[in-house]
Design a binder for this molecule. Structure first.
Ligand SMILES: CSCCC(=O)C(=O)COP(=O)(O)O
Ligand SMILES: [Zn+2]
Length: 202
């Protein structure tokens, strides 16, 4: 929605995340109450606006957002996403300004088929994650799921490939990040397109 994320206050961030969330939900990527989104509001100290836990992500309002610290803990009350700590970890690790987590069928199906990582090459769509269309193999890492966000964060840190702003969490879904919510959305749509393509060919 805006590239100037640092200018957002919490309510504005909530409006951005509600709109982004409604879009992903309309694609069927946040069924039930699945998925969560965040945007970085400040770097030092690290503060993020994260979607509130347990809501239907297709029905969020600007108020359904919680301010969290670098450990994913609520700063002023509210119940942040159960995965807020991982959002904060991704933001700190990658420098991303926004993080998207969706539960897509393609990410879970491909994570099962390629538990060592999903390799893409010779696809124009790779330009959408900043890679050349030809001449490189780009791997989307797959990490094992955990209910412990510290463990998940350690796995993501160990497995992530700086050329791919995303990881698949096996049996769970997809994490994607970008400089701001708009770029994180574009990366999400590109990575999901790549996953759907691979799935359709197997
Ligand atoms: C059926 S959703 C299970 C929890 C989950 O994986 C998720 O993405 C949503 O959790 P939140 O706390 O952000 O609502
Ligand atoms: Zn999830």
């Amino acid at each position: 929605m805006t590239a100037d994320i640092s200018a957002l206050d919490l309510e504005e961030a909530g409006a951005v995340l509600a709109a982004e969330s409604a879009r992903f939900a309309s694609f069927g990527w946040m069924r039930g109450t699945s998925g969560n989104l965040s945007v970085v509001l400040s770097r030092d100290p690290l503060r993020l606006a994260v979607t509130a836990s347990g809501h239907d992500k297709g029905e969020l309002t600007p108020a359904d957002v919680v301010l969290v610290d670098g450990g994913g803990a609520a700063v002023n009350g509210g119940k942040p996403s159960a995965e807020a700590e991982l959002h904060a970890r991704v933001a700190a690790l990658t420098g991303a300004g926004a993080v998207v987590h969706v539960h897509t069928v393609a990410s879970v199906a491909m994570g099962r088929r390629e538990p060592g990582g999903i390799v893409f090459s010779d696809l124009e769509m790779l330009k959408g994650v900043g890679q050349p269309a030809h001449g490189v193999e780009v791997t989307l890492p797959v990490i094992a799921n955990s209910q412990d966000m510290k463990v998940l964060g350690d796995r993501l840190e160990a497995a992530r490939d700086p050329r791919m702003p995303a990881v698949v969490v096996a049996g769970h879904g997809l994490y994607v990040w970008g400089a701001d919510p708009r770029q994180a959305r574009h990366h999400t749509e590109v990575v999901e397109w790549l996953l759907e393509l691979e799935l359709s060919q197997r």
